[in-house]
Ligand binder design. Structure first.
Ligand SMILES: Nc1nc2c(ncn2[C@@H]2O[C@H](COP(=O)(O)OP(=O)(O)OP(=O)(O)O)[C@@H](O)[C@H]2O)c(=O)[nH]1
Ligand SMILES: [Mg+2]
Length: 407
């Protein structure tokens, strides 16, 4: 999986000395007192694709505004006009902050990239297609927005609304664009195979991919070994990325869906993908409302709080990327950190600061549920719930960690 270190591109954030001290042991406090600037977090990127005028930018803008509204202290940033970072809503943050009297909470983040609509022929340079597609090659996942609303005032590029046909147009464009990439690489690879520059695995991977893509099927359906996949990683194949369908409906269909949503669901099921029903229009209106107004607006639409499209979408993307969250929590702040499943304690520490990884000694670890049940860190320690975990410990979802390290 490719990880984009967005913060590194835009800014370097200094660890607050007090933050670092809260995260390291007393014996190493000196080392923490003069922290080096570095990237704080990794934000995984999700590209938003779809036909023109289906509501991509409306959804993207709502995501960005929601992020600002929900977490005023979150380091929101727009890297380019069409790339932005959103906070991942997480109720555990407040609970931990209350337990530890934290002065602030900092959620973890995901980034979204909004590109212009794709049209049939995009992969061949129709519209500004190729250029747009290049923007999403570096993404980790794709949100495919599908128009499931009728509105005669909003032009549809094909003249009528048909969710399944639209999905096929986009999926085919992604596959064709990948096919062009694969064929270009194949040409080069077949020249280099004699000199040994190209591995046999890469050749077989490319051949298998060509067959699948040539049939208009997505690259993810190609049966490649792990090693074969790793040889073609750098191609950034669009149709190999995990996808979520965002069915964009009108407000009255938000709670109950409609026939087109059912079509999208069936299609997604056949691919093992998931569907989130959103109303980009409603989402963009919601962000301007205060809490009470929101609740009553949503009640009118028959939608429960916490069930709005944006929250579901963010949560689904997070799930799709198979990420884990751990927490650090002290008086300065309670903060959520994103790691990949299977990361060991030193690597997880490295997400905060490379020194934490290099000089890792141990991680004082307590499970979120245990800490909440105990009511305080002190009580959790007395109850024997706080464990000292070493270098081989695989960090679990919801762990609350305090790293001890030496540099
Ligand atoms: N009725 C209705 N209109 C919507 C909805 N979502 C978006 N629109 C409208 O559709 C039009 C296009 O929306 P955009 O968000 O700009 O669409 P887009 O997919 O970004 O379009 P391109 O960038 O051109 O590809 C705007 O006028 C929106 O207000 C919706 O849920 N219902
Ligand atoms: Mg747009």
């Amino acid at each position: 999986m490719m990880i984009t270190t967005l913060f590194a591109l835009t800014r370097t954030v200094r660890l607050q000395p007090s933050t670092a001290a809260a995260q390291c042991g007393s014996a190493t406090r000196l080392a923490c007192a003069a922290p080096r600037a570095r990237q704080m977090s990794m934000a995984l990127k999700t590209g938003i694709v779809g036909l023109p005028n289906v509501g991509k930018s409306t959804l993207f803008n709502a995501l960005m505004q929601e992020s600002q509204a929900q977490a005023a202290n979150f380091p929101f940033c727009t890297i380019e006009p069409n790339t932005g970072v959103v906070a991942v809503p997480d109720p555990k943050l407040k609970v931990l902050a209350d337990i530890n009297n934290s002065r602030k909470t900092v959620p973890t983040s995901l980034s979204f990239v909004d590109i212009a609509g794709l049209v049939a022929g995009a992969s061949k340079g129709e519209g500004l297609g190729n250029q747009f597609l290049a923007n999403i090659r570096e993404c980790d996942a794709i949100v495919h927005v599908v128009r499931c609303f009728e509105d005669e005032n909003i032009v549809h590029v094909s003249g009528s609304v048909d969710a399944l046909r639209d999905i096929e147009v986009i999926s085919l464009e992604l596959a064709l664009s990948d096919l062009a990439q694969v064929e270009r690489r194949l040409q080069r690879a077949s020249k280099d195979i004699k000199s040994g520059k190209t591995k046999a695995e890469e050749m077989s991977a490319l051949e298998k991919l060509r067959v699948v893509l040539d049939e208009g099927r997505p690259a993810r359906q190609a049966e490649l070994t792990q090693e074969e996949w790793s040889t073609v990683q750098s191609l950034g194949l669009l149709s190999a990325k995990p996808v979520i369908y965002a069915a964009n409906v009108q407000d009255s269909d938000l709670a109950g869906g409609n026939a087109m949503v059912e079509d999208v669901r069936k299609h997604a099921e056949s691919e093992g993908a998931s569907v989130v029903v959103v109303s980009a229009q409603v989402e963009s209106e919601l962000v301007d409302l205060d809490n009470d107004e929101r609740t009553s607006f949503l009640e009118e639409l028959g939608v429960a709080r916490g069930e709005t499209g944006l929250e579901k979408l963010i949560a689904q993307v997070y799930k799709l990327l198979d990420l884990r969250t751990y927490y650090t929590s002290g008086e300065t702040e309670t903060k959520a950190w994103t790691i990949k499943k299977g990361m060991l304690a030193p690597q997880a520490a490295g997400v905060i600061h490379s020194d934490f990884e290099k000089g890792f000694i141990k991680a004082e670890t307590v499970a979120y549920d245990d800490l909440v049940a105990a009511g305080s860190m002190k009580a959790a320690k007395e109850a024997g719930m706080v464990r000292a975990e070493g270098k081989e410990y695989e960090v679990q979802e919801g762990d609350v960690l305090l790293f001890r390290f030496n540099v």
